[in-house]
Write a protein that binds this ligand. Structure first.
Ligand code: ADE
Length: 290
């Protein structure tokens, strides 16, 4: 082969290789990207609509939208419903965007009787409610072995402390629309609590009570602990935020249809505020300068 043809082939290969790599959004002195996930379109569309410098791409058939939210680089995606879809999308996201942190926004069934549609749970802990051992004396939760280090995962996956503090600060500042009830208007409550995850939509008061009793759950959903587990195993800070769309009881399906838009909006509003409060520099960059 003539040397100049070889040079052309090498150049084309390098260009092709580089263009197939997803950009890690990082400008000079800026922070690496923050990933924001939701299970379905309604859960993230309100955040996606606020993005500037928006750029959309398909990876393995999944849609990822990069841009800036309150000036911070973010990548937004919806995972699809359930734990397997959530784990798949989180892994793709980590591989292609190397986010500094992963935040999940969405709706949930409330199993804490004090919670009503529109209220928000900031998950200090998430747990798979359907992972464990079913024996003669009933079900008990047990984490699986992390295949990356051979150590058993804890039942409760802890949210990142820094993100949790930021979320609490955001909760004090965020402005949420009042909720109209039969007895008048009220402001949505925001609590820190336990969110449990399983591959089932819970529409059973008995199951809801059992989740509260067994795991001290405040809310139940279908993706949070899967995202948290992937982040835990890959040592990436994470946070799950859920707003209540129903009470996981007999009327959960109808209630969820009725309140999901309002709940998704409340969760997205808190996530937007958290993003606004993120420091412009990543903690790692800041430490390097000292
Ligand atoms: N997401 C919203 N409501 C839910 C419920 N009741 N069970 C599981 N996931 C949910």
């Amino acid at each position: 082969m003539r040397p100049n043809i070889l040079v052309v082939i090498i150049c084309i290969s390098v260009i092709t290789l580089c263009s197939s790599c997803s950009p890690v959004l990082r400008g000079p002195g800026s922070r690496p990207t923050t990933a924001i996930l939701g299970a379905f379109n309604k859960e993230i569309i309100m955040l996606e609509e606020q993005l500037t410098d928006k750029h959309q791409q398909q990876i393995e058939g999944m849609r990822f939208v990069t841009g800036r939210l309150h000036g911070k680089p973010v990548v937004v995606a919806w995972t699809g419903i359930g734990k397997v879809n959530a784990a798949m999308t989180t892994t793709l996201l980590i591989e292609h965007f190397r986010p500094a942190e992963v935040i999940f926004s969405g709706i949930a069934g409330g199993v804490n009787p004090k919670l009503a549609p529109g209220d928000i749970v900031i998950a200090a802990e998430t747990a798979h409610h359907d992972m464990g051992i079913l024996g003669e004396d009933g079900f008990y939760n047990r984490g699986v072995i992390n295949p990356l280090d051979g150590i058993r995962n804890p039942v409760y996956l802890l949210a990142d402390e820094r993100l949790l503090k930021l979320a609490e600060k955001a909760a004090e500042q965020v402005e949420l629309e009042k909720i109209t009830t039969t007895v008048g208007e009220r402001s949505p409550r925001i609590i820190k609590g336990v969110v449990v995850t399983g591959d089932v939509f819970v529409a059973s008061p008995e199951k809801g009570a059992e989740l509260r009793e067994r795991l001290n759950a405040d809310a139940v959903e279908m993706e949070g602990a899967a995202v948290a587990q992937i982040c835990y195993q890959r040592q990436i800070p994470h946070l799950v935020v859920r707003s209540i769309s129903d009470k996981a009881d007999e009327t959960a399906r109808e209630d969820s249809m009725m309140f999901q838009e309002m709940a998704a909006k409340n969760s997205a509003a808190l996530i937007a505020k958290i993003t606004e409060l993120l420091p412009s520099e990543s903690p790692v960059e800041k430490a390097k300068k000292k």
